[in-house]
Design a protein around this ligand. Structure first.
Ligand code: FAD
Length: 294
């Protein structure tokens, strides 16, 4: 699809969720092992809704730091915890050798769609969390951004104000919510640039082969699901192999279009499955083999 040399190959990062069973644990470590040779910029581990995976996120990200040569980023949200509690977690991450946090507000404890109620003595949004992190330790901080606007947001201009505030508080990278059409990214990146936002805006690329799950997530996040994509998956409910092939092909197509517009870093939502991320990066000619041969 494209021919990059080691010098100009785009950067990649991979996002995982913390496993909740022995089987899932084995899948995660197998995935990390298979994706490590690609040389990701970093791998990140999510923080469960409502802070439910605090221990597991910490354990997973610490083990990555201790047992692999990979740079690990820990996600952290403001939900359902006091500042003192969150500040304690920030300190624990630092003590474990973690130097990168993906700082988020998180979804309402009552579920997406309900009103967000900050903890009475907590950080009330991601901007406050970024400032809190930077005041405690000099972490690298990434934040989210929402090219199709956050579902609670009145407008893109408001979201850009929020993003600008997070950057002014110390974030140095924004990772996007997933989207399907390159124009969605470019429209947002142009608006961000016009708003004086100069940090890299890294597209988040979803690798979800389960169409029902994909549609549900898109609905919750406010991501437009194009008719063309729905048609491609139509009738494949009982055909996971074809859905996986399509998912990798569509992701690689989107990345190629983004790269043609100058994007040089892709963040993959792997759902802890190495094969889709490997297939996508290979379709993009990003593989240890091609990079070594350059
Ligand atoms: P924020 O940037 O804080 O903004 C959300 C909305 O809050 C804004 O649109 C605005 O309406 C309002 N807002 C924010 N600041 C202000 C302000 N100062 N004044 C007025 N209104 C304001 N969720 C998890 O639970 N765990 C994860 O690990 C996780 N990882 C994620 C990673 C990425 C890359 C992305 C894109 C999302 C992730 N999420 C995660 C989802 C995230 O929690 C949701 O998007 C959540 O609804 C909002 O958090 P945020 O940091 O994206 O939003």
């Amino acid at each position: 699809m494209s021919g990059w040399s080691r010098a100009n190959a785009p950067k990649v990062s991979f996002e995982f969720f913390p496993p909740n069973s022995e089987k899932m644990e084995a899948r995660l470590w197998d995935s990390l092992q298979r994706l490590a040779p690609i040389g990701p910029e970093f791998v990140s581990v999510t923080y469960g809704a409502g802070g439910t995976t605090r221990e597991r996120t910490h354990r997973t990200v610490t083990r990555i730091v201790e047992q692999t040569g990979l740079k690990a980023a820990a996600h952290l949200t403001c939900v359902a915890a006091s500042r003192a509690k969150i500040d304690g977690i920030i300190g624990q991450y630092w003590d474990a050798g973690i130097r990168h946090i993906v700082a988020l507000r998180g979804d309402p404890a009552a579920g997406t769609g309900s009103a967000y109620v900050p903890h009475a003595s907590g950080y009330s949004n991601a901007t406050e969390l970024v400032a809190g992190i930077k005041s405690l330790r000099n972490f690298e901080v990434s934040v989210s951004c929402h090219p199709e606007t956050h579902p609670e947001s009145p407008s893109m201009a408001h979201d850009l104000d929020v993003l600008k505030a997070k950057i002014d508080a110390g974030a140095t990278r924004a990772i996007t919510q997933f989207f399907f059409e390159p124009e969605t990214y470019f429209r947002f990146a142009d608006a961000a640039a016009a708003a004086g936002i100069t940090v890299p805006i890294v597209p988040g690329i979803m690798l979800q082969p389960n169409f029902a799950g994909l549609a549900r997530m898109a609905g919750l996040c406010g991501t437009h699901l194009p008719r063309r994509i729905a048609d491609l998956y139509d009738g494949l409910d009982d055909d996971p192999g074809t859905r996986e092939a399509l998912t990798a092909q569509l992701a690689a197509e989107l990345c190629s279009q983004l790269a043609a517009g100058g994007v040089d870093h892709f963040h993959f939502y792997t759902l802890n499955r190495a094969s889709l991320a490997l297939a996508t990066t290979r379709l993009l000619s990003i593989s240890p083999h091609n990079q070594d041969a350059a």
